[in-house]
Design a protein around this ligand. Structure first.
Ligand code: Z57
Length: 829
């Protein structure tokens, strides 16, 4: 029997495809009954959410199948975006926006007596990422689909995503995240495309049938990777691409072998061990630990993904020699860089291609995006650990290195220092594999994520590589998706956009420029302010609900939300808040503008100073918020569990965006962009993408302070002594003394000592050097905020000029400069 053709008529008449409201309501009830096994009277909000999610997913599937069908027949290049993290955030709201059915669905569920907002709140967030890097991957796959580019996102289906943060007695407490508890309606398990991944063991040489010496890898164990697919719909296009996340499972055959030997518990144990591989996301952002399981995770998902691409290539009748013509593989940081060695292994060992051919295919396939300059964030793997897990890959890396270093010696005759600096193996002490070097050598394109960052890469971290092959280097400034960060997060503002400039902005963010001519229109400005105030009221409700702290929506909302890290300098903001408090206490009539300081962000569980920074923030809140003399003029709030979901509620309610990293440290930042497009003004250093935001919105509409990256370098070279600076600045000195003497720790002079000592003796991130400039700049902010008309005008201009920071623009640049891919339009079946 052969399947008959799918009838398009049948599909359109189906309650699982139709977008008509009645059909949608019928399908919802149907799902509630047949999928959840509930009826309206006994169903919980979770049931309603699930039923709604399935109803929406059905409508997505139609586009998904149409897209798959369109891609099967076409030859153009596909982008594979390899990322160990995809910080997607909830899917339902975003899907409704992209399908263009948000209002209709709100109405349909309303007619069933339900409130869409309540249902949207039920969705557990898949927190499969730490911060900027993971969220960037999520914005990028949204843009890839919106630009109708054939693309697959490949990653890991962690059973536990980033930990759930609570605050107990002012300290961060980590709780395991269990996002799959109620099931995930957005994924489809595809066991038929499972991949066996080999790990460990040893290599041996053998002679092949043509009498050539070859190497064979004899692995110690096998793990099965099972793909889980989720649809990624583009905005108002038929394209629905795929996010394919790999989950580790035990091999059956392996278990049975042990079982037959009578070791049942041993067999079960092995199974448990294999499945540990994708159990948990490592919660360290920018501070990799050389943990064996982490390298295993990286190899596992990369091997699965490359295998999957070859399956797809073969399915289309392509030959392996054309791999690079079919796939452009982008490495999101070095986490998937082992892919360079894995593709070489496949081509050389499995397909017996000559080395040079294999190398040419490999380098034409990969592109590498670097996301950091912090030396401690660059991944390096001890050779022993690497050999234990991937003995064959290590041999291949040695071979790649030998050939590469030969080229280096030819290019820089006699320069052995250069050879050591460029080597894929760090031999300065214990020997390590340098993953950034492997990624750079194995790729035809390397890019930084903002102009300054790319320049510093060429000048610093990858300077020797730049000298060797300058044509490889690119700069592509990050962006964020306006669908989630505007259309979904800020509906009131978007309604004003719609009335004023139509709704083309969501696809072409540059159209926001048309708002500029309303910047001086008093009536427009009044509406603008009213919307911001509304958003602030909503945020204030959330704050009191999550922290018990009442805040005044009329006060300035001054916000710093991001991972807690010394280089991001949350403690610089703290010093300044204490100074304001001190000013108020010294002169109760001092002109201090009412402000609410809102912090949110997670600290890596093993990063003691970062956790202490959270404790310091909550501690100053405990004093300032309850001091009657301050009379509510200053409030300090720490919102627990910063996430995509809470971000969606915070950015739209912000007046001031704090982007105060030490210049040269923040590669780009992406929160800075979300704030600007939601009408917050930025106080920031000339770091990362802040520089470009300032350039776009105009320096009159941006509060800059602090040293530039060049000045930082200069200052350090000249010999920097923080104590000298602190002693010379009475305000800063007083602030340090208040903390030191225990004002915020009930007299305990030990608690915050690590922060104070760090400041006095090292001040690695130069808070003292930038303090005065920051403090002055905050006075300038006060002045601007007092002039409501001026502030509103600045806010409007920030939004109007934020078009560059759409991830659509970033992805278009990757497509043109690096991937050489073009859109494929998808006809609906
Ligand atoms: C991460 O979130 C970033 C860099 C890293 O090396 C790692 Br690991 C995680 C961030 C940068 O810190 C941000 O500046 C940047 O905007 C973001 O990646 C996306 O490029």
């Amino acid at each position: 029997m052969s399947p008959t053709e799918l009838s398009a008529d049948l599909l359109h008449a189906s309650d699982r495809t139709s977008l008509s409201k009645d059909s949608f309501k019928r399908a919802f009830i149907d799902n509630l009954f047949y999928t959840q096994g509930k009826f309206l009277q006994v169903a919980t909000h979770k049931d309603y959410y699930q039923a709604l999610a399935y109803t929406v997913r059905d409508r997505l599937l139609y586009r998904w199948v149409s897209t798959a069908t369109a891609y099967t027949g076409q030859v153009s290049r596909t982008v594979s975006y390899l990322s160990a993290e995809f910080l997607m955030g909830p899917s339902l709201g975003n899907t409704l926006i992209n399908l263009g059915i948000l209002d209709e669905v709100r109405q349909a569920v309303g007619e069933l007596g339900l409130d869409l907002t309540d249902l949207l709140d039920q969705e557990a967030e898949p927190g499969l990422g730490n911060g900027g890097l993971g969220r960037l991957a999520a914005c990028f796959i949204d843009s890839l689909a919106t630009l109708e580019l054939p693309a697959l996102g490949y990653g890991i289906r962690y059973e536990h995503g980033i930990f759930y943060q609570t605050i107990v007695d002012g300290w961060q407490v980590e709780n395991t995240d269990n996002w799959l508890r109620y099931g995930n309606p957005w994924e489809i398990r595809r066991p038929e495309w499972s991949v066996e991944v080999k790990i460990g063991g040893f290599t041996e040489t053998y002679t092949d049938t043509e009498d050539r010496h070859r190497v064979r890898w004899v692995p110690a164990k096998t793990v099965v990777g099972v793909p889980f697919d989720s649809p990624i719909p583009g905005y108002r296009v038929n394209t629905a691409n795929t996010l394919r996340l790999w989950s580790a499972e035990a091999t059956q055959s392996f278990d049975f072998e042990v079982f037959n030997r009578g070791d049942y518990l041993g067999a079960v144990n092995k199974k448990v061990t294999s499945e540990n591989l994708t159990k948990i996301l490592y919660p360290n952002d920018e501070t990799p630990q050389g943990k064996e399981l982490r390298l295993e995770q990286q190899y596992f998902f990369v091997a699965c993904s490359l295998h999957d691409m070859i399956r797809i290539l073969k399915g289309q009748g392509g030959s392996i020699e054309r791999f690079h013509e079919k796939f452009a593989v982008q490495l999101n940081d070095t986490h998937p860089a082992i892919g360079v060695a894995e593709l070489m292994r496949i081509l050389v060992d499995d397909y017996l291609l000559p080395w040079n051919d294999a190398w040419s295919i490999t380098t034409q396939t990969f592109g590498y995006t670097n996301h950091t300059l912090l030396p401690e964030a660059l991944e390096r793997w001890p050779l022993d650990l690497f050999r234990r897990l991937l003995p064959r890959h290590l041999e291949l890396i040695f071979e790649i290195n030998e050939r590469f270093l030969h080229d280096v010696r030819v290019a820089f005759l006699g320069d052995e220092a250069r050879v050591r600096a460029l080597s894929l193996i760090d031999e300065t002490g214990e020997r390590y594999v340098r993953m950034a070097h492997l990624a750079t050598v194995g790729s035809h394109a390397v890019n930084g994520v903002a102009t300054l960052h790319s320049d510093l890469l060429k000048k610093d971290v990858l300077a020797d590589f730049y000298a060797l092959s300058p044509q490889k280097f690119h700069s592509i400034t990050n962006g964020v998706t306006p669908r989630r960060w505007l259309a979904l997060a800020n509906p009131r503002l978007c309604e004003l956009f719609r009335e004023t400039i139509g709704d083309g902005w969501a696809k072409e963010l540059d159209q926001l420029r048309r708002l500029e001519r309303h910047a001086d229109d008093a009536a427009f400005a009044e509406r603008w302010r009213a919307i911001k105030l509304d958003n602030k009221r909503q945020l204030a409700d959330l704050i009191v609900q999550r922290t018990g702290i009442e805040v005044d929506p009329e006060s300035m909302f001054d916000v710093q939300v991001k991972r807690i890290h010394e280089y991001k300098r949350q403690h610089l903001a703290v010093l300044q808040i204490i100074a304001m408090y001190h000013r108020l206490k010294s002169d109760p009539n001092a002109e201090v503008l009412p402000r609410t300081f809102i912090f949110s962000g997670k600290a890596a569980p093993g990063y003691a100073i970062a956790k202490l920074m959270i404790r310091l923030i909550t501690a100053i809140g405990d004093v300032i918020n309850y001091d009657p003399e301050v009379r509510g003029r200053l409030k300090v709030v720490f919102m627990p569990n910063f996430s995509v979901t809470t971000g969606q509620r915070i950015y739209p309610g912000a007046d001031l965006s704090e982007q105060i990293s030490l210049a040269g440290k923040e590669a780009s930042g992406t929160g800075n962009m979300k704030f600007a497009m939601n009408g917050a003004l930025t106080i920031g250093t000339m770091d990362g993408a802040n520089i470009e935001i300032c350039e776009e919105v105009g320096s009159d509409n941006f509060f800059t302070f602090g040293m530039t990256a060049a000045q930082v370098e200069e200052r350090r070279r000249a010999g920097y002594d923080p104590r000298e600076v602190i002693e010379a600045n009475p305000e800063l000195h007083a602030v340090v003394e208040l903390i030191r003497n225990g004002l915020f720790s009930r007299g305990d002079t030990e608690l915050f000592k690590p922060i104070i000592d760090g400041l006095l003796w090292h001040d690695t991130y130069m808070l003292a050097a930038d303090y005065a400039s920051y403090s002055d700049c905050q006075l300038e902010v006060d002045r601007a905020y007092r002039d409501t008309a001026r502030w509103t005008r600045m806010s409007i201009l920030n939004v109007a000029r934020s078009g560059k920071f759409s991830s659509d623009r970033s992805i278009q640049e990757y497509a043109d400069k690096i991937w050489k891919v073009t859109p494929v339009s998808v006809p609906l079946l």
